[in-house]
Design a protein around this ligand. Structure first.
Ligand code: PLP
Ligand code: ZN
Length: 427
């Protein structure tokens, strides 16, 4: 069965809409909704189980279409209270699905190529979607401080969401992030702490803090609120299908950091099928990594089920998670759907950023360079079918990673007269 349901809400104290319980992804053990993330039986990750049994698909489709032009149009499918749209929130989502005909021509795609451009979110990355869910969970559980471990984009999304909602924020990042990301996280006025180490060190530190009295009352969006946070990525799947006219894409290329986004896009597509909102036909999910941090694509290519951690070294810092929590699930999904996981070098990432900008007027951050670069590579290898409808995610804004294209600049410098203009060969 595609859509997981349980009988009724086991914790009437919290109103999180259709969310009914937390369920272990490994053993299926269920616990009431709460700020917990690991199974007490097997330490497996918990995820949200819903009760969608009351929905009629035609009615649900009409309700969604009549909803606001942001993620809350899908509130009936998310772990949020029914009055969420009235609360102070950044209201991300409903970003443009760009029909990328120029890029398609360049890459030889004939079946329709689309870029889901999530740089259009309030803090210019897809992270606003996931933080919006975590914020509602934090409210429901009575937290007043919002926190996270971040590779950069999440820090800004948490800082901004906390500012809007009147929460305190204190977020943790590796000390050596891109300046653009540091400024974009700090400007919202919350506390921003650099940790001497990489993302995996930051994450380990946050797990320690949660178990300590110093972290009491803190909602870590990607740790103790992770089950709620993760559901935000489903809205990407919902939007893509709705924007295609309630149709599944044939192929979708998704970046991998922890792998959460990719697994929840699959969950979102499965839910739409289960709810009868799209026709049940096959789709393929492809994962994209940077070669300098490619634990999942390395495991995929080796035919392994386990993901061996790596020490990241890549310009795609937003994807630089060397020990991705959802890695094994990503491998399952790529294999089950007939997709693949591939990686590209930093040089290919930069080329792809420029290709997307030149063909479609979209300036992507390095993560977008990774997905476009992997798309190009998989087309060349004959793994992606050019005759199929293909959606490529751009999850962040190029203004955050200007260093990646630092060599780009003036075509010419001339004196302010026509002779000089002609001499430069620009006429
Ligand atoms: C966080 C992030 C992702 C995906 O992260 P997951 O941990 O795999 O869910 C993708 N792109 C950008 C720009 C991000 O910041
Ligand atoms: Zn379990």
């Amino acid at each position: 069965m595609a859509v997981q349901t349980v009988a009724s809400t086991s914790n009437p104290a919290v109103d999180l809409g259709p969310a009914a319980a937390l369920s272990c992804r490994e053993c299926g053990h269920r616990v009431p909704l709460g700020p917990v993330f690991a199974c007490e039986e097997c330490f497996g990750p918990l995820e949200i189980a819903y009760d969608f049994s009351a929905y009629d698909s035609e009615e649900l489709r009409r309700r969604i279409e009549a909803g606001p032009a942001n993620i809350w149009r899908y509130a009936p499918l998310l772990p949020v209270p029914s009055d969420v749209a009235g609360k102070p929130n950044l209201n991300p989502g409903w970003t443009e699905l760009v029909k990328a005909d120029n890029l398609a021509r360049e890459l030889g795609v004939t079946g329709g190529l689309y870029v889901k451009d999530d740089s259009g979110n309030p803090t210019h990355s897809f992270k606003d979607r996931v933080v919006a869910q975590a914020l509602e969970a934090a409210r429901a559980f009575g937290f007043t401080t919002l926190s996270c471990s971040s590779t950069g984009n999440l820090a800004g999304a948490v800082g901004a969401a906390a500012a809007r909602a009147g929460f305190r924020s204190c977020v943790f990042i590796p000390h050596d992030l891109e300046q653009g990301k540091v400024v974009m996280a700090a400007v919202y006025g919350g506390e921003l702490v650099g940790i001497e180490g990489n993302y995996d060190d930051v994450n380990r530190f946050c797990s320690e803090l949660i178990g300590d009295p110093a972290g009491e009352g803190w909602g870590f969006v990607n740790v103790n609120l992770r089950p709620y946070y993760a559901e935000g990525s489903k809205t990407l799947a919902y939007e893509i299908c709705e924007q295609l006219g309630w149709r599944l894409p044939d192929q979708i290329v998704v970046p991998i950091a922890s792998g959460s986004q990719l697994t929840k896009i699959d969950k979102g597509l499965q839910e739409l099928i289960g709810l009868g909102l799209v026709e049940d036909r096959p789709y393929k999910i492809f994962g994209a990594q940077a070669a300098g941090c490619s634990p999942v694509s390395t495991a995929y290519k080796a035919g392994h089920d386990v993901v061996r951690p790596q020490k990241p070294d890549t310009i795609a810092k937003s994807l630089a998670i060397g020990n991705p929590a959802d890695g094994p699930y990503v491998l399952d999904i790529a294999r089950r759907t007939g997709g693949a996981v591939e990686d590209v070098t930093d040089e290919e990432v930069v080329d792809a950023i420029k290709l997307l900008a030149r063909t479609e007027g979209i300036f992507a951050e390095t993560a977008g360079g990774v997905t476009v670069g992997v798309t190009r590579k998989l087309l060349k290898e004959g793994v992606l079918d050019p005759a199929k409808t293909t959606v490529v995610l751009n999850t962040g804004d190029g203004l955050k990673t200007l260093d990646a294209v630092a060599g780009t600049g003036l075509t010419a410098t001339i004196r302010p007269n026509l002779d000089s203009f002609r001499e430069a060969g620009l006429a």
